[in-house]
Write a protein that binds this ligand. Structure first.
Ligand SMILES: Cc1cc2nc3c(=O)[nH]c(=O)nc-3n(C[C@H](O)[C@H](O)[C@H](O)COP(=O)(O)OP(=O)(O)OC[C@H]3O[C@@H](n4cnc5c(N)ncnc54)[C@H](O)[C@@H]3O)c2cc1C
Ligand code: SF4
Ligand code: SF4
Length: 410
């Protein structure tokens, strides 16, 4: 079928996944070059300095790049006209719309909601800008995004954009050169605390008597979860008041408790919210990322990110709780009566803006080391890059014997 006659969005049938150990089914194991998993997987032996140099021309430097990966510019941002159904204001899908409208790409590979379950991601190829409206918003779970590359190439697409989470983008960058694409744009979002769609439904059931009425959920940077309902109700719940103690210890899969790239360091542009103090947060990482931001320049308000508060005590407490939880959820041992007071104080005196983002990066690094030590101690030396060890060092966590990174460039 000629490219201009394909539907605006479609979900091709994909081959089955091969069985792997630590794996989020990014889609590579379903491709003809499935054996590339061994070198491409984030969970085997990632080499971030080499991958960052290939993608951005240099590896991350010190300072904030140690936390967030290489970047040329960082912004607090919002669309002037927020897009309906978007997770934040819709910068991610607006960039992809502009890529399709301008003809820079003929296909965008991303996730749509499953028609039978709005929280389940389904990999789709979007070929016209009007198809992007259907993929806005966040789904919980993973799905084989990269497996779309083969049907996309077979349909004649050689200029492609991919919207992906970090474990997908890592594998994509590792096979990029073999794809023979004329052009590839990578729009990344940060990702953390993902779980299976089934587990997420269990969480929703604890939040409301009618979980099916929940249409939106986000863990905001002001320490509250925002929940929207189909009747227009909006609720916010402080993190400390969430019913987490009713969830099983393995609610988050080990992949998501131990992945090492929160901010999608290999994307051309990362679109998140962590340092956005209530708005979105952009990390423009290379020339292609600048090109992507330029496409939406007239649609977007950009500001410098701010920073306030001090993160050390919060991260230290988190590390102690994670250690105590022995592989389960790091629930605070705070008396119930104190929680409302601390929940009120957190957004006022806790780390905010960039300091909040740094705190989250350090917490994720702490989790990675402590969870891998318990579950797969022999993996640390290959899976944990040197920059992650630098993030945890201030909290007294250093490589033990046999844990020092073996990767020569790490
Ligand atoms: C599981 C998960 C956890 C996240 N955690 C954080 C976090 O801790 N901190 C942070 O700053 N940002 C996080 N994000 C990113 C954040 O939720 C927003 O997606 C991002 O800020 C973009 O907002 P937007 O309005 O521009 O997106 P939109 O314009 O609404 O577009 C969202 C895009 O994300 C894609 N998408 C949705 N669900 C998935 C999925 N499960 N897998 C792959 N792609 C998907 C959609 O297909 C769409 O293309 C997370 C995203 C996911 C999927
Ligand atoms: S590369 Fe992707 S499919 Fe292969 S093992 Fe890793 S996550 Fe799984
Ligand atoms: S938390 Fe990490 S491993 Fe889990 S889905 Fe997100 S990027 Fe992948």
């Amino acid at each position: 079928m000629p490219l201009d006659q394909t539907p605006a969005l479609h979900a091709p049938d994909l081959p089955p996944a091969a069985r792997r150990g630590l794996c989020t089914d990014c889609g590579l194991s379903r491709m003809k070059n499935a054996s590339d998993c061994g070198t491409a997987c984030q969970f085997i032996a990632p080499d971030y300095p080499a991958a960052e140099t290939r993608t951005h021309g240099r590896a991350r430097g010190p300072g904030d790049e140690l936390f967030f990966g290489p970047y040329r510019a960082m912004h607090r941002a919002r669309l002037k006209a927020p897009a309906p159904g978007a997770q934040w204001t819709g910068i991610t899908t607006r960039i992809a719309e502009r890529l399709l409208e301008s003809g820079a790409v003929t296909a965008v590979l991303t996730m749509a909601p499953d028609p039978a379950d709005k929280w389940r991601p389904v990999p789709v190829i979007v070929t016209r800008a009007e198809g992007m409206a259907a993929v806005r918003g966040m789904r919980m779970g993973t799905a084989p995004l990269l497996a779309l590359l083969e049907p996309a190439r077979a349909a004649g697409h050689t200029r492609i954009a991919v919207i992906g989470i970090p474990c997908q983008v890592h594998a994509l960058r590792m096979i990029e050169e073999k794809l023979g694409l004329e052009r590839l744009y990578v729009i990344g979002t940060p990702c953390s605390d993902n779980t299976t769609t089934e587990n997420f439904h269990r969480f929703l059931a604890l939040l409301d008597e009618r979980p099916e009425s929940i249409t939106y959920l986000e863990f905001r940077a002001d320490y509250r979860v925002e929940i929207r309902h189909d009747d227009g109700r909006v609720r916010t719940i402080p993190f400390l008041m969430l019913p987490l103690s009713d969830l099983p210890a393995d609610f988050f899969p080990l992949t998501c408790r131990s992945c090492v790239d929160y901010t999608n360091a290999l994307a051309d542009i990362t679109v998140g919210y962590m340092a956005g103090t209530g708005e979105q947060w952009l990390l423009v990482r290379n020339a292609r990322g600048e090109e992507l931001l330029e496409l939406i320049r007239d649609d977007v308000v950009l500001e410098a990110p701010s920073s306030a508060g001090k993160r050390a005590a919060a991260v230290k407490g988190f590390a102690a709780n994670t250690e105590r939880a022995a592989g389960g959820l790091p629930l605070r041992r705070m008396p119930r009566f104190l929680r409302p007071l601390v929940a009120w104080l957190q957004p006022r005196i806790g780390p905010r803006g960039l300091e909040f983002a740094r705190a989250r990066l350090e917490m994720k690094a702490v989790e990675t080391v402590l969870h891998l030590r318990r579950a797969h101690p022999r993996r640390l030396k290959r899976m944990v890059p040197a920059h992650v060890w630098k993030l945890v060092a201030p909290y007294g966590i250093t490589p033990r014997e046999g844990e020092t990174p073996t990767n020569p460039s790490a």
